[in-house]
Design a protein around this ligand. Structure first.
Ligand SMILES: NC(=O)c1ccc[n+]([C@@H]2O[C@H](COP(=O)([O-])OP(=O)(O)OC[C@H]3O[C@@H](n4cnc5c(N)ncnc54)[C@H](OP(=O)(O)O)[C@@H]3O)[C@@H](O)[C@H]2O)c1
Length: 287
């Protein structure tokens, strides 16, 4: 039996749809219609609770760990869920003799500048690597696809302004990955012995600049607005002033700094071990 955390999230929902015919036990905090399928066993719980992690992993053969806090105004959440939650699950795996774990981390953990999210994922990776379990770590970049929260947020942000504000010159590179490609990497990892003890960058087919990204998203959603590039120093000053107003201020210093800090990823290892062949952003966006 497969144990899955994060089943109610964006990637989890897409993964469940592809795991037909396999028994999956899902640790959840809330129920949704996707969990009503015959092969799904929902278990209410929370990964920050040691007892619920232990109960959840009873009888499992493999853990796919997706649950995480991606965006929070309270920096402590990143550490309690992403770090402590992962530690609870690793300990629970050992207690229940679950030997295999597939941990979905993030490219944010590989940047030169680590924000709280990236740092928490990096610490969680280290916990998994030192666990003695047969691990595979997957590090997606920005994941998009139908019902993607990040894409929805970006479109509504663009919609709320008269122009499209862009931090800096927008020429920094990103490499978004379609959710189906992430799901296929997870499915291959389940089957692949080669992937044990390894970490893979899970990116799209090619890099694009942030300007190109905004242009393609605008074209897709019929948004006809001018891009306005705001100097990084000005963004940093605004975010510093904003931080005095409280954690809800939308432009965070860590966001500005992390945008400007490149990650160094490559997919050749995933291509050979996981038969990973992702699509271009343009193709995925118009699916
Ligand atoms: N989306 C991206 O662009 C992206 C990029 C790189 C890496 N990743 C990684 O991929 C994984 C899945 O991301 P996603 O986009 O699917 O995230 P998501 O849509 O935000 O879903 C997060 C999931 O984690 C669950 N969760 C959060 N805290 C929990 C807790 N204390 N106990 C139990 N469950 C908890 C949530 O449950 P509730 O429904 O109850 O809140 C939800 O199912 C994460 O590890 C993330 O770091 C995502």
């Amino acid at each position: 039996m497969i144990a899955l955390t994060g089943a109610t999230g964006f990637i989890g929902k897409n993964l469940i749809n592809k795991l037909k015919g396999k028994k999956i036990k899902c640790l959840i905090r809330r129920y949704n219609e996707n969990l009503g399928k015959k092969n799904i066993i929902p278990v209410m719980g929370d990964i920050t609770n040691k007892t619920s992690a232990e109960m959840f992993l009873k009888g499992a053969k493999i853990l796919i760990h997706l649950a995480a806090v991606i965006d929070s105004n309270n920096r402590k959440d990143y550490y309690s869920v992403n770090v402590e939650g992962t530690k609870n699950l690793v300990d629970a795996c050992k207690k229940n003799k679950v030997k295999r774990i597939i941990f979905v981390s993030s490219m944010a953990s590989t940047k030169d500048y680590l924000d709280d999210y990236g740092r928490s994922k990096k610490i969680a990776e280290d916990i998994v690597k030192r666990s003695g379990l047969n691990y595979t770590i997957l590090r997606p970049s920005l994941v998009y696809g139908e019902n993607s929260n990040s894409m929805r947020k970006m479109v509504s942000l663009i919609d709320s302004f008269k122009f499209i504000p862009i931090v800096g010159n927008g020429e920094y590179k990103i490499n978004p990955v379609h959710v189906n490609d992430v799901v296929s990497a997870i499915l291959s990892s389940i089957e692949s012995k080669k992937s044990i003890g390894k970490a893979y960058d899970i990116l799209g087919k090619s890099e694009i600049t942030f300007n190109e990204f905004v242009d393609m998203v605008s074209a897709k959603y019929n948004i006809h607005k001018r891009k306005v590039h705001i100097p990084i120093q000005l963004c940093l000053a605004v975010s510093s002033i904003g931080s005095i107003l409280g954690p809800h201020f939308p432009l965070k210093k860590s966001f500005v700094l992390s945008l400007n800090s490149r990650y160094k990823g490559e997919i050749s290892q995933a291509r050979s071990d996981l038969n990973y062949h992702p699509i271009e952003f343009k193709e995925g966006l118009n699916r």
